[in-house]
Design a protein around this ligand. Structure first.
Ligand code: BGC
Length: 752
């Protein structure tokens, strides 16, 4: 016994020693890097410096690009993905350019490179940082194998407007969820060290406020006051910076009249001075030049001046910096120190990535694309991302003893569309659709009848409906795959109305009339307003565009090999008119009670004040269709015995919340338990609830587990009336719950 103890102590010492050595080594490496950056900087001409700040996208003239690399006028290239091309350009950079500075190769690797994972909004529905980090790791392994060293992800714009097409790329509406998952992505892309060959630099974007674009129209203006910016929109970016993100990208929007690309308050005061970020700030695609169109600057010279002076290091694609900075320096409008600082930031990241040692890719290495392991991980993430919204009479899981299954709908076999938005490199030939997966798994076991009914989601032609009804009538159950094509989501693809497009709603109606069990599966890039479709279906499974392995994942869920566990990462409105709608809203002076009379219930000539005066819509009420954090399972869970470690705490203390979670159903399943807190009285009004912790807990039937959350009280801080980040003493309410709208008496504690 004593011997074991001594060995354990020995190992502990060794670990501490090794960690200390590792830390010492990394500070030394960092010191070396800074020295090398300075040495290099001293040798650089102004033109070479500006070259580093210049990012191009191939313009078709290979010789001109090679010439640019040789002359040192190109620092980064996005969108080249051929290993031999990458290697040739890196060779020219290293061997033929005067100073031998490697090129930084970039690409949008948003939710997978070749193996496509669920869209980020689907990833957010997993509430699982481990799965999300692993997905990013695999994306990095595949992307780095062709020479990509930098991805423009994660996209962590808080998104509270499902009309906005880019909500698909986001991690949803909640700052805490987006912070935890966004930093998981950063860790996944960058791996243990940027220096490793499979690490790619992450680029949290779009900095900042882009998700609040007016009316959900892309590229539009935002009006976010500083307090809200700090309380809602900045936290995921701060978390990403703390996770070591190597680069940041500015956003397209102007906030309160200032385009993000020229906003020195966020780019310098916050990002550099408050968060100590020392990586690269890159513009979005020509976002500096677009400040002319915004009407913020007169021409590209002024655009250059404003963005460089605001703290931008690298300009994406317009070539403005390299063209205009020399005269700006001559005129004293831009200082050479400013340029030196930008170049330092760029070189630092190139050194950290190990590009000076080896920027090449091994063209002979076996390709990691779509390997079995990657496909399995993509399937697992897809399983975890799907949300069971309704399951009446235990319609799901389906029994494998059925004789005939009718498969209907335009998304049942849509290999391109189920991949979702931002797929530059995923090949649809590798997509496994639900129809293909069903046939593969059960083709020999029961009859599978297929009639899409509509050829694509926008199709309004109902001529195939009779055939869809016909196969439904012959079947034991109908699985209807609806949703939206990938092109209806993503950048610049906003909608004014988030109902199902085309004649999909009519298809639900005719199939519901058959009286057969109707399971509706929605594959989409945003929460859609599906109130009627949910009513008409017996079960609804929501799958944000699920990627390459969406089909097998869905089949496992439909037939109970897997049990759904995803939860909504955004509030689902009943109708577009409820937008913006999010759970962490302020209370107002007249909150809705839930008992309000709606349009059809109001007596004729009712008196003006007879309905009560609260904050709601006469035609839509107050509640969403599904709240944030919502999702059912094939089993049931019960929360009990919630206990707090203390009822009065000081700011430096940690509150421990414990509770029992029991699986009260018949199947093994996973619950995502959520912790919400309300700061009851603040120096400014505070949200009615805020997510502070979540945990995935897997339980066997009848198993009961004690679950704990640790909540440092300092995490209750917010930016208050004096624009200070403080924990304000007073009463707090707390809920441990299966979703954000779970009612019930809160537990109370006090911060003193
Ligand atoms: C998008 C960015 C993207 C960039 C490069 C822009 O249009 O807004 O998110 O990273 O293009 O492709």
């Amino acid at each position: 016994m004593k011997g074991i103890k001594q060995i354990a102590i020995g190992i502990a010492f060794l670990l501490v020693f090794l960690t200390a050595c590792k830390e010492q080594k990394s500070t030394q490496t960092e010191k070396n890097i800074e020295q090398k950056v300075e040495q290099l900087l001293q040798q650089m001409t102004l033109e070479e410096k500006l070259g580093q700040m210049n990012q191009i996208s191939p313009f078709g003239d290979d010789e001109a690009i090679k010439e640019g690399v040789k002359n040192g006028t190109i620092g980064s290239i996005l969108n080249i993905i051929e290993p031999n091309q990458v290697n040739e350009l890196q060779r020219i950079a290293l061997e033929e350019s005067r100073l031998g500075i490697p090129i930084l190769i970039a690409r949008d690797v948003i939710h997978g490179f070749k193996t496509i994972f669920p869209i980020p909004l689907g990833q957010a529905a997993t509430f699982n940082p481990i799965t999300v980090e692993y997905g990013a790791r695999i994306a990095a392994i595949e992307a780095s194998s062709v020479g990509i060293q930098w991805t423009f992800a994660p996209m962590i714009d808080i998104s509270r407007d499902p009309r906005w097409g880019r909500i698909a790329e986001s991690l949803g509406e909640d700052p805490y969820l987006a912070s935890t998952l966004g930093s998981a992505m950063v860790r996944g892309f960058q791996g243990d060290s940027l220096h490793l060959p499979t690490a790619i630099a992450a680029c949290p974007k779009h900095f900042v406020g882009y998700g609040a674009s007016e009316g959900g129209k892309d590229y539009n203006s935002t009006f976010i006051p500083e307090r809200q910016l700090r309380n809602v929109y900045l936290p995921p970016f701060e978390a990403a910076a703390q996770a070591g993100a190597a680069t940041f990208m500015t956003s397209f929007n102007d906030n309160d009249g200032i385009p993000a690309t020229a906003n020195s308050f966020v780019l310098k005061d916050i990002l550099r001075d408050e968060w100590n970020f020392d990586g690269i700030v890159v513009t979005d695609w020509a976002s500096a030049a677009e400040m002319i169109t915004h009407g913020f600057v007169a021409d590209d010279k002024e655009a250059t001046e404003k963005s460089v002076n605001a703290g931008v290091d690298m300009e994406m694609v317009s070539g403005m910096f390299i063209r205009r900075i020399p005269e700006l320096i001559k005129e004293g409008k831009v200082k050479e120190q400013t340029i030196n600082q930008a170049v330092r930031n760029i070189l630092r990241i190139k050194f950290r990535l190990g590009l000076f040692d080896n920027p090449y890719v091994d063209e002979q290495a076996p390709s990691p694309f779509y390997n079995a392991h990657h496909l399995e991980a993509a399937k697992q993430m897809a399983v975890e991302s799907m949300i069971l919204l309704k399951n009446e009479k235990e319609t799901l899981p389906l029994s494998t003893d059925i004789k005939t299954l009718a498969v209907v709908g335009p998304m049942a076999d849509a290999p391109h569309d189920q991949l979702g938005t931002w797929i530059f490199d995923g090949d649809k030939q590798y997509t496994q659709t639900p129809l293909a997966a069903l046939k593969k798994e059960f083709g020999d076991q029961f009859n599978i009848l297929y009639e899409p009914g509509l050829e694509f989601s926008r199709d309004r032609n109902t001529k195939h409906f009779p055939q869809a009804v016909n196969i439904a009538q012959k079947a034991d159950a109908v699985v209807l795959f609806l949703g939206e094509e990938a092109i209806l989501t993503g950048e610049a693809h906003s909608l004014a109305d988030i109902n199902l497009v085309g004649a999909q709603s009519e298809l639900v109606k005719v199939l519901a009339q058959t009286g057969k069990p109707l399971i509706t599966v929605i594959m989409a890039g945003r929460p859609l307003a599906i109130e009627q479709e949910v009513k008409l279906s017996d079960a609804v499974l929501y799958s944000f565009h699920p990627g390459t392995m969406g089909g097998p994942a869905l089949v496992d869920l439909l037939f109970g090999k897997e049990v759904p566990s995803g939860k909504t990462p955004v509030t689902f409105p009943k109708t577009s008119g409820q937008i913006p709608i999010y759970y962490a809203h302020n209370n107002t002076g007249r909150p809705a009670t839930g008992n309000e009379l709606l349009l059809d219930q109001i007596p004729l000539e009712a008196g003006q004040t007879s309905l009560g005066n609260t904050s709601f819509h006469l035609d839509a009420g107050f509640h969403p269709l599904f709240p944030f954090g919502y999702g059912l399972s094939y089993t049931t869970f019960e929360y009990s015995n919630i206990q707090l470690s203390a009822n009065q705490l000081k700011e430096h203390e940690v509150l421990t919340i414990s509770f029992d979670l029991e699986n009260t159903g018949k199947l093994r399943g996973t619950e995502i338990a959520q912790l919400y807190v309300r700061d009851v009285v603040g120096s400014i009004t505070r949200p009615i609830k805020e997510l502070k912790r979540y945990k995935r807990v897997t339980l066997d039937p009848k198993e009961k587990q004690k679950v704990t959350f640790e909540l440092p009280i300092k995490e209750l801080a917010f930016w208050n009336i004096d624009l200070k980040r403080v924990v304000e003493p007073g009463e707090f309410h707390l809920w441990v719950a299966p979703h954000s709208a779970a009612t019930g008496e809160p537990l109370v504690f006090e911060v003193i």
